[in-house]
Design a protein around this ligand. Sequence first.
Ligand SMILES: C[S@@+](CC[C@H](N)C(=O)[O-])C[C@H]1O[C@@H](n2cnc3c(N)ncnc32)[C@H](O)[C@@H]1O
Length: 372
Amino acid sequence: MTEQLTLFATAAFGLEGIVAAELKRLDMKNVTGEIGGARFTGTLEDAFLCNLRLRCADRVLLILAEKECRTFEELFQLVKSVAWEDLMPADAKINVSGKCARSQLMSIRDCQAITKKAVIERLRMATQQSVFPETGIAYPITVSLHNDVARITLDLSGDALNRRGYRTWNGEAPLRETLAATLVELSPWRPGMRLHDPCCGTGTLLIEAAFRLGHRAPGLTRRFSMEEFPFFPREACDALRRQARFDFKPDRISGITGSDIDPSALELANRHIRQAGLEGLVTVEQQPLETLQLTDETGVFLCNPPYGERLSDRKSCEKLYGQMRRLKARHPGWSLCAISSDPNFERAYGKRADKKRRLYNGRLECEFLIYR
Ligand SMILES: C[S@@+](CC[C@H](N)C(=O)[O-])C[C@H]1O[C@@H](n2cnc3c(N)ncnc32)[C@H](O)[C@@H]1O
C-alpha cells in the first residue's frame, strides 16, 4: 500500500485547527480542518509518523468509504463496496464502533450491526468461507454518520494517542495528555523560557512541555493498532521510530519545574516523570502556591488548578484563584495561564484575562486564560 490514502486525525471539539497546524508542520499534504479533526492525504508511513509525533490529536484513521446514506441498505452497500479481503485476514476480530449526529440513521447500535454484517458479507463473497470465527487480530472499524454522510474508517492508532505510556496512576482530576500538550502549545511559553506549574498534580503539563522541548515524539514507546495489520510497512516504520529515538535530545530539557500542596500527587508526578524517561530533567517539590517564590526574573506559570465542581469546594477554589494573582504580582516578569471551568475565575482572580480561549476538558466546558 504505497498509494496516497485519505487519512483523518481526530481532535477534541475546538482543537481541530491546532491538529491541522500540527499536520502541516509534519509536512502532510492536503490538510483541511473539519468538525472532529483534520483530513489529509498520505501513505501508511505518513500515518505511522503521525501516530508517533502528533501531540494534540486523539487518533489517526484511514478513511475507506464515504457517501450520503439515508437508509440501512445504502449503508450496507457502502460498507460492502470496501475491499475488506485486501485489508484483513478471514479470522480478524471485527470491532465496530459508531457515532451518529443530525442524520436520518440515528441508531448507533443498528449502524454498527449493519456495518459488521456488510464486512462479513464481503469477506464471505471474496473467500467463499461461511464461518468467521474472529479469533485473530482486532480490526477497529468506525462507522460515523454526520448530516447523512456515512464515513467508514479503520483506526490506525488503537488506544487513543493520549495514552503515551508514562501514566499508570491517575491521581485527582488529571489532564488528558493531548489537552496538556495543547495548553503548552497555546501558552506563551516557548523553548528557552522557564516554565513552572504551581498546581502540578501528577505532572502532565510538565511532561508534555518537556517532550516538546526535547523533541521527544509522544508515541515513541507505545504500539499502534496498525502494527498488527498484514499490510503494515514494518521496515519503513521501524526506520521512522529509530529516527524519532535519535531526535530525542534530553540534554535540551531544562527550566521545567512544578510544585503542589499535596505530597501524594507529587509522588505520582515523580513516578510519571520517571516513566517518561525524564528523571532529573523535570523536578517537582511540595509547596503551596500561596508562598511560592521563584528566583528567575521571567517565565510562564502554566496550570490546571482545581475547578470546584461541587459548590462546597467552589469558595476555596476562588480563594486560590485570588492567590494566583498574588503569585503573579510577586513575579512581575512572568505570565500566568490557567484552564478552569469556573465562570467566576476572572472575578475571583481580580482581573480580566489578556487572552481567553474556550476549550473542553472531557465534557467540561472550560476557558484557557492568559495573563501576560
Ligand atoms: C486539577 S489538579 C491538577 C492536575 C494536573 N494537571 C495533572 O495532570 O495531574 C489540581 C491540583 O492543584 C493542587 N492544589 C490545590 N490547592 C493548592 C495550593 N494551594 N497550592 C498548590 N497546589 C494546590 C491539588 O493538590 C491538585 O493536585
